[in-house]
Design a protein. Sequence first.
Length: 273
Amino acid sequence: MVKHALNDDAAASSGVVAPEKANALFVGSLERGLAVLEAVATERRDVGVTEIAAKTGLDKSAAQRFAFTLQSLGYLEKNPSTRRFKLSRRVLGLAHSYLRSDPLIELATPYLSDLRQSCQKRVDLSLLDGLDIVYVVRLQSQREAFGATIVGRRIPAFCSSGGRAMLSRLPEAEARALVEHSPRTPLTPYTITDVEAVMVEIARARRDGFAICAQEALTGEIVVAAPIVDLNGVPRGAVHIAMSIADHNQDEVRARFAPMAVATARLIAGGGY
């Protein structure tokens, strides 16, 4: 993904240049530096310069200079033995600043806490970001894998309950375009990847006011989500309730938990966002 974003030579040769990159205000070197940061961020292990270069499309020398600069600024740490890089704790400051400044997160958190208390399941708040959703609040239940509790996790919108719930509040053509442009790589054996089948699920969410995904993003998990919309009907986020499919089937989720997710999303929307 990062490498494609930086493949400006190919884009230029075809005569196609992204509108924002054609703007004289666009700083290409900053884009490349952030691409290096993202290349390191996508790995759960330390990353070497050669890997950074391969991920970003930069030559090795440029990758090394950008990595050194980010290390000097405190955003990367370098293992002195392996000479490989990882994110530093300073990056957490950016996440903290975002989370405390977003009005929807501040408004939604008390309602999500109440919902968590009522349903005794994991409760999440997600936002739509490009082709993905990103989790910005995660209130765990008593039985959770570590990865399911971390703020900032991304999954494709097309195969997530929150993504489908938000897409159901967009014009159908816009929702279809997002699904069609998504890579649609299956996350589990149960992930629906066919465009028309996904659009059927989005239409069902539009009719019901919520979306349910069973094991499409994580095996063994079933999730119901309801969209949070502003006064103009634009989706701004989604409330999720997640649980084990071994404990609850789709009929129970639809009858018991979907109304709770919908009610909480409406309370948040009615709070003035």
